[in-house]
Design a binder for this molecule. Structure first.
Ligand SMILES: NC(=O)c1ccc[n+]([C@@H]2O[C@H](COP(=O)([O-])OP(=O)(O)OC[C@H]3O[C@@H](n4cnc5c(N)ncnc54)[C@H](O)[C@@H]3O)[C@@H](O)[C@H]2O)c1
Length: 383
């Protein structure tokens, strides 16, 4: 067996995403399964090096998981030739500096989204990586969720006929932090710290719409800060300067209209925290994180509008579940496996920093649309 160890500098592992999804559910899970076996039989063995600002927290994480490599010195970690990949799950605002240093050190880079706070910086990072000839990637985890994989199966199988529209509903109530602690970090609600639901979620909607349906031609968004006051991790009140809800309309190539509501100020009356309804000439489907239900045109009821009568049909019961027909792994881990195969065996990996920059572009244009109260065209972005 040809075993190929690969050092991965993991910055931001004390955070929510860095720890749970990337370290524990992806890299450590890969080690638990014996590494990643490539088609030629090579076993890729990830060696994480934990990097952060707080030595005590890093030591505690390392000890908890039987790891020994951790440091607060990013430059030293980047100077070690055994570390071929730099991964970033830091606060968005501080990401650019670290990515630039990693690229300059000749490391392949993989990062959480949004890749930067502005499209100018996002594009610059993509260019730098390209010029340095390093492999690069951005997390686009939603594509690998079981619900969206099932939706993709329906699209690829021609189920929908001509797709007409997509309506997405994302969100849940994020507690204000006073009488119950908030379940998301407070920086998300401060624009000056890189927060805001548009910058957080529109990069996701960009790749979901583009990869599953068609490229986005224009965006109209209405952004709101519904809860202007929140309480932080230390129970101090602060002014929420960032948008906590966004109501977006997107026109896609081919005339598909997508509408997506994103909100941290909504209570859930759905089966899942995000759901996308897709309507086509031949049938419709509603995909969530895990499940996807569908209704064929032959099974479509014919309701007649009459407010004087109670609902005549059990509408929710008229849908069928798409069967699993497969085993679904964690979406972050699947994407890590593909990135490692890209680095080690040059397998294709379309989720690059340019694609990440296009996600940031959509967020930026959506904020412009909200500020100006008008629809904004989404121009092509290239290196
Ligand atoms: N792919 C997804 O679905 C998804 C979901 C949530 C967040 N994210 C992204 O992941 C990144 C991290 O988000 P999170 O929710 O894990 O945040 P978090 O606040 O839990 O973690 C932030 C991490 O950045 C580190 N950090 C470095 N410099 C910092 C500074 N100056 N101030 C504060 N923290 C600093 C922290 O120590 C911590 O490790 C963000 O860019 C966010 O947009 C992605």
């Amino acid at each position: 067996m040809n075993r190929r160890s690969i050092g991965i500098v993991m910055n931001g592992v004390t955070g929510r995403m860095g720890y749970r999804q990337h370290l524990v559910r992806s890299i450590l899970a890969l080690r638990e399964q014996g590494g990643l076996t490539l088609p030629d039989g090579t076993v890729v063995w990830p060696e994480p090096v934990l990097v952060g600002r707080d030595a005590d927290k890093l030591r505690a994480i390392a000890e908890r998981h039987g790891l020994t490599a951790w440091t607060t010195d990013l430059d030293a970690a980047l100077a070690d030739p055994a570390n071929e990949i730099y991964f970033d799950a830091q606060l968005t605002q501080v990401r650019g500096k670290a990515l630039r240093a990693a690229i300059a050190a000749g490391k392949h880079v993989y990062t959480e989204k949004p890749t930067a706070e502005s499209v100018t910086e996002a594009l610059e990072l993509a260019r730098l990586a390209n010029e340095a000839g390093v492999k690069n990637g951005v997390v686009q985890d939603k594509l690998f969720l079981p619900g969206l994989l099932k939706l993709k199966r329906l699209i690829d199988g021609g189920f929908f006929g001509r797709i007409l529209s997509v309506r997405g509903e994302f969100g849940y109530w994020v507690f204000e932090g006073d009488w119950q602690s908030a379940q998301r970090p407070s920086w998300n609600y401060r624009a000056q710290d890189g927060g805001g639901i548009v910058l957080d979620m529109f990069p996701h909607w960009h790749y979901v719409l583009e990869r599953l349906f068609a490229p986005i031609q224009s965006v109209y968004a209405h952004a709101a800060t519904h809860l202007p006051e929140r309480w932080d991790e230390r129970n101090r009140g602060y002014v929420a300067t960032a948008d906590d809800a966004a109501y977006g309309v997107f026109e896609l190539d081919g005339g598909v209209v997508a509408q997506i509501n994103s909100s941290w100020a909504v209570r859930v009356d759905r089966d899942e925290l995000v759901e996308f309804q897709v309507d086509g000439t031949e049938g419709s489907a509603v995909a969530g994180l895990r499940n996807c239900r569908f209704q064929h045109r032959a099974g479509t009821p014919k309701p007649v509008w009459n407010p004087d009568l109670p609902a005549t049909e059990p509408f929710r019961a008229q849908w069928h579940q798409v069967p699993d027909n497969d085993e679904f792994d964690n979406g972050f881990k699947i994407q890590w496996e593909r990135f490692l195969a890209h680095v080690v065996a040059d397998e294709p990996f379309p989720h690059d920093l340019l694609s990440g920059a296009r996600g940031v572009q959509l967020a930026e244009l959506a904020l412009q649309s909200a500020a100006e109260g008008r629809r904004v065209a989404v121009p092509d972005l290239s290196l």
